[in-house]
Write a protein that binds this ligand. Structure first.
Ligand code: HEM
Length: 418
């Protein structure tokens, strides 16, 4: 993800097709929706000046591009560094780059297909559905922990621990390690921020090295003593006589841990905020399994946790009237596509009773989120248990989003319930 940057400057873009917004400007990242509204009203496929590449804000275009095989997450399988003007990897981010090298998110077929098949089985709906009682128990334990207080930061006390523990346990790491895993993961995802500093790179690299050392030791244990967990499964599964290397297993475990909690934490926080700000009686939102599922979908649509993913053009091509060269980058604005008035009635209204809520928060195509069934269960349980136990929940302090534009989540969400 961090590695995808526009290499050769794009020039000659007509002023009418370009737009400007500084991703580090608080006025923008606290509320990117006004900028999206303007793109929908003008040209939804536009050149974002600060990023220096094209972006799509339209639902139809984003959905089509996610499925378009002329674009990919990887580029070095079809072009050389010299051809693209891509600099050599930086030695001081070597450990971070290694964790990304075999990440499903950065691979294209056939490497992607092989790895994805190996992990996919663990994440299909009927398998993750078995985790529901454990998630209910965890949610209630977290609420027991703060019920006696007057107010609490729901991100720290509730939203963050649940998905971290669930994914750690699935992989086969002890629940007690969750805070450490969260800390490593937070330091690593800082690399995806716009305009990363040298210090951040060094810190993310150190976190990656420590994370890998920790996993290496556990992998060695599992080789000696296999268990019924995803780590053992990845180490022992055979694909036509071929096994995953330790590095592939580490990359995948780290991706699952990072992807497996970050977006879920943000959706929980954003969702609680959307529900409370809407003024809708929460009882009506969780009155049945179907309505609970619809409420979760609307939270995902209305305030998506991941706002931009990127793709490389794998050849010279034309998309939505723009000419792209091989290696050019295009940003897919998931948070904007979900608010496209051409696709959703009253796109800017939070309406958990809508019937047109199907959105692109989990992506589409070959990289469609492998954890979507798990994330949906986690969110259904988290929201319904929280509002069941604390029906008078309300926002106690004006919430603020983090300064990481495309990981759109709250820094803190202070709530009270008395
Ligand atoms: C609300 C929560 C979540 C959201 C909104 C979300 C969103 C996404 C999106 C948009 C992608 C596709 C990125 C692209 O096309 O470039 C993706 C991929 C992925 N997600 Fe999630 N995710 C969530 C939770 C999870 C969870 C719980 C897990 C694992 C336990 C997970 C694991 C993954 C993995 C492994 C990929 C890469 C799949 C591939 O490249 O084949 N995600 N996610």
């Amino acid at each position: 993800m961090a590695a995808i940057v526009q290499l050769k400057p794009i020039t000659g873009v007509p002023a009418a097709s370009s737009a400007s917004a500084n991703p580090r400007d608080p006025a923008f990242f606290q509320n990117p929706y006004a900028f999206y509204d303007a793109r929908h009203a003008n040209k939804p496929t536009f050149f974002w000046e600060e990023y220096g590449h094209w972006c799509c804000a339209g639902f139809k275009e984003v959905s089509a591009l996610l499925r378009d095989k002329r674009f990919g997450r990887e580029i070095l399988h079809v072009a050389t560094r010299e051809e693209l003007g891509m600099p050599e990897p930086k030695p001081h981010t070597a450990a971070f780059d290694l964790t990304e090298k075999y990440s499903l998110l950065n691979l294209e077929p056939p490497g992607h297909t092989r790895l994805r098949m190996l992990v996919n089985r663990a994440f299909v709906s009927r398998h993750v559905e078995q985790l529901r009682p454990r998630i209910v128990k965890l949610a209630n334990e977290m609420i027991d922990g703060f019920e006696g207080e007057d107010s609490v930061d729901i991100i720290k006390a509730f939203a963050a621990p649940i998905p971290a523990i669930v994914i750690a346990e699935m992989i086969g790491l002890p629940a007690e390690s969750a805070p450490q895993l969260l800390a490593w993961s937070n330091r690593m995802v800082a690399m995806y921020m716009y305009g990363v500093s040298h210090e951040t790179e060094l810190d993310a690299n150190q976190a990656s090295a420590d994370f890998m050392d920790y996993l290496r030791a556990i992998i060695a244990e599992r080789r000696k003593q296999p268990r019924e967990d995803l780590l053992t499964h990845m180490l022992t599964s055979d694909q036509g006589g071929e096994r995953l290397t330790d590095e592939e297993v580490m990359s995948t475990a780290i991706l699952l841990l990072n992807a497996g909690h970050e977006a879920t934490v943000h959706t929980t926080g954003n969702g609680v905020k959307s529900i409370l700000e809407s003024g809708i009686d929460p009882v009506t939102l969780f009155s049945s399994e179907e309505q609970t599922a619809a409420t979760v979908e609307e939270c995902l649509r209305f305030d998506a946790p991941l706002h931009m993913f990127t793709r490389y053009a794998l050849s010279d091509l034309e998309f939505d009237g723009i000419q792209m060269r091989k290696g050019d980058v295009i940003g897919l604005l998931l948070g904007a596509a979900n608010r496209d008035p051409a696709r959703f009635a009253n796109a800017n209204a939070f309406d958990p009773f809508r019937t047109d809520g199907a959105n692109v928060s989990f992506g589409a195509g070959i990289h469609f989120c492998i954890g979507a069934p798990l994330a949906r269960i986690e969110l259904q349980v988290a929201f319904s248990e929280l509002f069941r136990r604390l029906p008078k929940l309300r926002i106690a302090e004006a919430p603020r989003y983090n300064d990481v534009y495309h990981f759109h989540g709250l820094e803190k969400l202070m709530v009270s319930w008395k």
